[in-house]
Design a protein around this ligand. Structure first.
Ligand code: B12
Length: 270
């Protein structure tokens, strides 16, 4: 495909993503992602495939390793705003995926169908979990220009702050990257996110350049303790109560995962 055709396909896909309801969208290159910090660190992390939210590995890859679809050249990442005023977008209803994630899945499903039919570009809908064939979505979003990684270890976007959820698809053509962007709101903030953590997950520098051979680390400087955060999420599961909910005949356990580090972030608050 010529560069001109790629550029016009790229604009058409980004526009379609917006029409379908994505709050943000952008492209990143697969080669850049292969060497991005999350992709290189995860396989080195002890217990990366255990704990809250992990699934059985069906890729046959080692823990934390990504199984790239054959021929994937670029990735489209989309973000959907999860505002504080709509907390239910983020809730798990028993084992049923949160409403916000269902919306994201629907958008990518439709984008995949449309891209293949209209532009004749082969696509692949990434699942959420790495161990099921997914990718590290925050790194992909940064390289696609959606925002930066903040000191809370989340993607911070200029418009919505960290209050977005992500999903992605692969394309077998090299769409030009739409990022990264020069944006760093944490420089002028007093660590409101880190101070809001109920578990003090940002007090210990668990990951260092010496131990992991890279300087870009969780929470930027390695000061985000993933196992500690995971314990808070397990507590959220254990304390979930059965409640009546719209669309369910019988009461269902509603899991509300902690969001303190994202809700405390002032970026994008109107
Ligand atoms: C496993 C997982 C968890 C685990 C472990 C979290 C972790 N970050 O390690 C647990 C269960 C604890 C968890 C908790 C949460 N999660 Co979670 N989680 C995931 C999952 C499935 C993979 C994340 C992962 O393992 N990354 C690999 C590790 C090694 O890297 P990392 O911790 O992200 O650190 C890297 C980056 O910071 C990067 N980095 C740092 N600076 C820079 C700079 C540049 C330029 C670049 C390119 C990269 C970069 O380098 C680090 C590696 O060295 C993703 C979905 C997905 N498929 O990506 C969601 C995801 C990251 N989680 C998400 C959310 C919202 C949460 C929670 C707020 C809980 C909630 N209410 O849903 C907390 C917040 C935790 C936090 N502050 O990071 C969202 C984040 C959205 C956003 N705005 O960023 C995601 C993307 C899912 C989604 N629905 O969209 N999560």
């Amino acid at each position: 495909m010529s560069n001109r055709k790629l550029l016009s396909a790229s604009s058409a896909i980004l526009e379609k993503a917006g029409e379908l309801g994505a709050s943000l969208a952008g492209f990143a290159g697969v080669e850049d992602l292969r060497s991005a910090p999350g992709f290189t660190l995860a396989p080195q992390l002890p217990g990366v495939d255990e704990g809250v939210g992990t699934r059985d590995n069906t890729t046959g890859m080692g823990p934390g390793r990504v199984q790239w679809p054959e021929n994937a050249r670029s990735v489209l990442v989309i973000g959907l705003e999860h505002p504080k005023e709509k907390p239910e977008m983020d809730w798990w209803f028993g084992r049923i995926s949160p409403p916000g994630n269902k919306l994201l899945m629907g958008i990518i499903r439709e984008l995949c169908r449309w891209t293949l039919e209209t532009l004749e570009i082969n696509v692949f809908h990434f699942p959420y979990h790495i161990e099921k064939g997914g990718i590290y979505l925050k790194d992909a979003a940064v390289l696609a220009g959606l925002g930066c990684i903040g000191r809370n270890n989340l993607l911070i976007t200029p418009r919505y702050g960290p209050r977005v959820r992500l999903r992605a698809m692969a394309l077998d053509v090299p769409m030009p990257s739409t990022g990264p962007m020069g944006f760093d709101p944490c420089r002028i903030c007093d660590d409101l996110c880190r101070r809001a953590c109920p578990r003090k997950a940002y007090e210990e520098t668990l990951y260092t350049p010496e131990a992991y051979g890279q300087s870009i680390l969780p929470g930027r400087d390695g000061t985000y303790a993933r196992p500690v955060c995971g314990r808070q999420m397990q507590k959220n599961i254990d304390s979930a109560k059965e409640e009546k909910a719209d669309g369910f005949d019988a009461p269902v356990k509603i899991i509300r995962y902690c969001r303190n580090c994202e809700l405390a972030c002032p970026v994008g608050r109107t």
